[in-house]
Ligand binder design. Structure first.
Ligand code: FES
Ligand SMILES: [Fe+2]
Length: 425
């Protein structure tokens, strides 16, 4: 009987995502992608990888200390442009997306003229959150007492206005946040009154992002994923050293491990991993090379915006940010595609969404929750990053520099608060 049942059961192979190659690479972007592939083939043959000059020790207290965390938040996260939405998340006029970044509720809108705005998602009557998720609307109406605001944040309507009493309505619009839309991304600064100079923030990284043509893409899915300390979480996006041990049955079956090319662009980073399909062409002519099929790129914009597989038809676009606590982060994890989304591709895209959620949450993030428990017990010691973990080393260098720059700018604005800067080993 048991055998009969066993004969009847078909054990299905787990489905893996179909990423599909694309033709997004052209001109200079294709030249650079080919160069990354060339460097990867040299590394694969020599069993090497791009490396930093030396190992780096990082004090564990930098992952634990609430005062260091407060400095990171106030001097960096609240001053720099954060990529809080994709243009593709606000398709068409009169659309909105609400989110929360480092404890600040934000609503991003596209008004009737197609112009993007960012405001605090906080009603100016008594502070209720105005909206949730994404949607279409001609006005944002508060769920508490039904005040309504235009998509530009202006206070438009007051329920029972004749009973409420007089006040200056022009002073009760939503609190505006600096915002810029560029390269298919809507960048928001969490401090009202600061200005965003997106070109100087991105520098040479701008053309890199532009080459991905995110503004032509479509968002299939978006999920929130909790994680531990933002640095412990993000470090996992920036190296291939962990693939074999952490992802033996998933990422490692698709990518070579511990092989990576790295390029820094200001605080931003471009990584290239060798997909196993590269083995088929590594000894062949370059005319048969297709970086969109043989290289897995990560375009990583500081402080936690990762576009993985951006040369293909289907990619993941994640944004990891801290919450208000040193030991918590939240990641918005999206599947973004270059092609039309219809019934025919629905199942494949669901497979991809769930595969990535399982890999990133169950393999990376659960391991990193372990890291968080580990660092909690080992304050006063250091961790060590290898020469092969160059992307992680670079993150810490960028963060230290931006903390210093943020402190100088805050002091110049008259901020006299004490800050505890990240410790040096
Ligand atoms: S809190 Fe929004 S209308 Fe009262
Ligand atoms: Fe991983």
């Amino acid at each position: 009987m048991t055998e009969m049942i066993a004969d009847d059961i078909e054990i299905a192979e787990p489905e893996v995502p179909q990423w599909l190659r694309s033709d997004v690479l052209d001109g200079e972007a294709r030249e650079q992608a080919m160069d990354m592939m060339r460097r990867l083939t040299v590394h694969l043959k020599a069993k090497t990888t791009d490396q930093a000059d030396s190992t780096l020790e990082e004090p564990i207290d930098n992952y634990l200390d609430p005062e260091v965390f407060a400095a990171e938040v106030n001097l960096v996260f609240k001053r720099i442009p954060l990529p809080l939405a994709l243009s593709a998340e606000l398709v068409g006029k009169n659309t909105f997306k609400s989110t929360e970044a480092v404890g600040v509720p934000v609503v991003i809108t596209r008004d009737a003229k197609g112009v993007a705005h960012a405001m605090m998602n906080v009603c100016r009557h008594r502070g209720a959150l105005l909206c949730e998720g994404r949607g279409e609307a001609r006005a944002l109406t508060c769920p508490y007492h039904a005040w309504s605001f235009g998509m530009d944040g202006e206070l438009r309507g007051i329920y029972g206005e004749n009973t409420f009493g007089d006040f200056d309505k022009s002073q009760r619009g939503l609190i505006q946040l600096p915002v810029v839309e560029k390269h298919g991304v809507i960048w928001v600064c969490l401090t009202p009154g600061l200005t965003i100079d997106i070109d100087s923030w991105l520098g040479e990284w701008g053309p890199q992002l532009a080459s991905l043509k995110l503004d032509e893409c479509h968002v299939f899915s978006s999920r929130q994923m909790p994680g531990p300390n933002w640095k412990a979480t993000i470090e996992g996006y920036l190296e291939a050293y962990h693939f074999a041990a952490t992802h033996p049955n998933t990422v490692f079956t698709v990518n070579h491990g511990n092989t990576m090319v790295f390029d820094g662009f200001g605080p931003h980073e471009r990584l290239g991993f060798a997909l196993r399909t590269i083995d088929d062409v590594i000894d062949g002519p370059e005319s048969a090379w297709d970086p969109s099929h043989h290289v897995g790129p990560i375009f990583w914009t500081f402080p936690g915006f990762s576009i993985a597989g951006g040369w293909r038809q289907r990619m993941t676009v994640a944004l990891c940010l801290p919450t208000t606590k040193v030991d918590e982060s939240i990641t918005e994890h999206r599947i973004v595609v270059r092609h039309e989304i219809n019934e025919e591709v629905q199942h494949e895209l669901e497979v991809m969404r769930d595969w990535f959620y399982d890999v990133v949450y169950n393999e990376d993030y659960l391991t990193q929750y372990g890291v968080q428990t580990g660092v909690r017990a080992t304050g006063g010691h250091t961790q060590i990053f290898g020469r092969n973990e160059i992307g992680v080393q670079y993150l810490h260098g960028s963060l230290n520099r931006l903390c210093d720059e943020g402190l100088a700018a805050a002091r110049a604005e008259g901020d006299t608060r004490e800050y505890r800067m990240p410790r040096q080993a």
